[in-house]
Design a protein around this ligand. Structure first.
Ligand code: FAD
Length: 158
């Protein structure tokens, strides 16, 4: 198995797309991430995984807080911006949720304080305790086999 095959296998798992945001010394930093999951209901915990190469790692290490913004299908462009796939600098206006900047018009804004962190290989897993939430209706932006996708229709097959 080579790295390409491992990546291709992981790409078979369809995910939503989030932007993780944090703020340090009044400066907002955002990063696109799909390594996100719910961990626990009591207490309410979620998890993100951040690469050792990402600037976001040092920011969350210092701020000890982050927000996860779950993107709608209309937010592909902002996802590309915060993944560095669009190179030009853009002025983004953020909403606020408690102490954190959040992405406007997301399906969910979830603010967290760092509960624990674990360095595993070349990533750090941050477990966040959820402190606040905002929800909106809409369809999700998804990511599959390394490409953004829209789900035309989510059909209940129960
Ligand atoms: P930078 O590369 O400096 O920032 C990212 C981009 O956001 C830059 O273009 C920057 O200009 C812009 N930006 C940041 N803050 C602001 C602001 N306040 N206003 C305007 N623009 C701003 N990596 C992971 O570690 N974990 C993951 O789970 C993960 N999932 C991904 C999922 C997808 C679908 C994609 C496309 C990428 C994913 N990545 C993930 C890769 C990650 O998004 C990129 O490597 C990213 O560039 C790393 O960001 P950085 O923190 O190093 O900061």
């Amino acid at each position: 198995m080579d790295d390409r095959m491992f990546r291709n296998a992981m790409g078979k798992y369809v995910t939503g797309v989030t932007i993780v945001t944090t703020e340090l010394d009044g400066e907002v930093h955002g990063m696109t991430a799909n390594a996100f999951m719910s961990v626990s209901l009591n207490p309410r915990l979620v998890l993100i995984s951040i690469s050792e190469n990402a600037k976001m790692l040092g920011k969350i290490n210092a701020s000890k807080k982050f927000a996860v913004n779950i993107l709608s299908e209309d937010q592909k462009e902002i996802s590309m911006l915060f993944a560095g796939q669009i190179k030009e600098k853009r002025e983004i206006e953020f909403d606020r949720l408690g102490e954190l900047p959040v992405i406007r018009e997301s399906l969910a804004n979830i603010s967290c304080k760092v509960y624990s962190q674990h360095v595993e290989g070349d990533h750090t897993l941050f477990v966040g305790e959820v402190t606040d939430l905002v929800l909106r209706d809409g369809d999700p932006l998804t990511f599959y086999e390394g490409k953004y996708c829209e789900i035309a229709k989510l059909v209940d097959i129960n």
